[in-house]
Ligand binder design. Sequence first.
Ligand code: CIR
Length: 257
Amino acid sequence: MVSEPIALTRAVSPAIAGCELTHLPRVAIDVRKASAQHAEYERVLQDLGCKVRRLTAGSDMPDSVFIEDIAVVLDEVAILTRPGAESRRAESPGVAEALHSYRPLAGIEPPATLDGGDVLVVGRSVYVGCSGRTNSAGVHQMRQLVAPFGYALRPVSVRGCLHLKSAVTAASDETLLINPAWARTEEFSGFDLIDVDPEEAHGANIVRVMNRLLYSAAFPRTRERLERRGFEVAAVDVSEIAKAEGAVTCCSLIFKA
Ligand code: CIR
């Protein structure tokens, strides 16, 4: 029997109001509401078959809830990133400690920077977004780290958004959900592509747990496109967390136990 995947999450920091923001204006964030939405997100992950393990967070890590940026977990190795925003580097030790029991650890070293939100793994391809957070040394180091395990690294340019996975994520091994204004569709030839609805620019981010999907309730039109293509989608309200410029994949690291 295959054991349930682990979803590693991290609590919303009491200091989330001081989060990093790049493309969004700063607006008030209700910490209690953000925490309640996060708990519901975790409940849905459990419903989809994950074993959820939540790490605690301190007031020295405003962006703690966006744990995806801190590591890339493959079947063979967990790669600790070196986040492009210096304020986020305090998040790494706790994540390293948690991952240590599941995988051998490797790490991105200075002067490289790389955010997990820029890494999209589909099959044996590792797409890495060249963004404001991930530099060319980060792409190079990632390539060196994954090549021994037989992964091909494909750098991808992103524009107008924070991370590669703001622009494109996988709904299945064959199908990608994409905002063509933020990532070039030509870079993903061979896949079936579903474009976001033009009025839902932030809708290209979806969490996949085996063949089931978790998606933000803020994008009903794009959700309809997914459902028309046969995907089963569980929607969660993450409106408060979105004010900190995070989406659904950012809030977990999901991997085989
Ligand atoms: C940041 O700017 O680092 C956070 N406020 C949001 C990070 C979102 N993470 C992601 O898209 N993977």
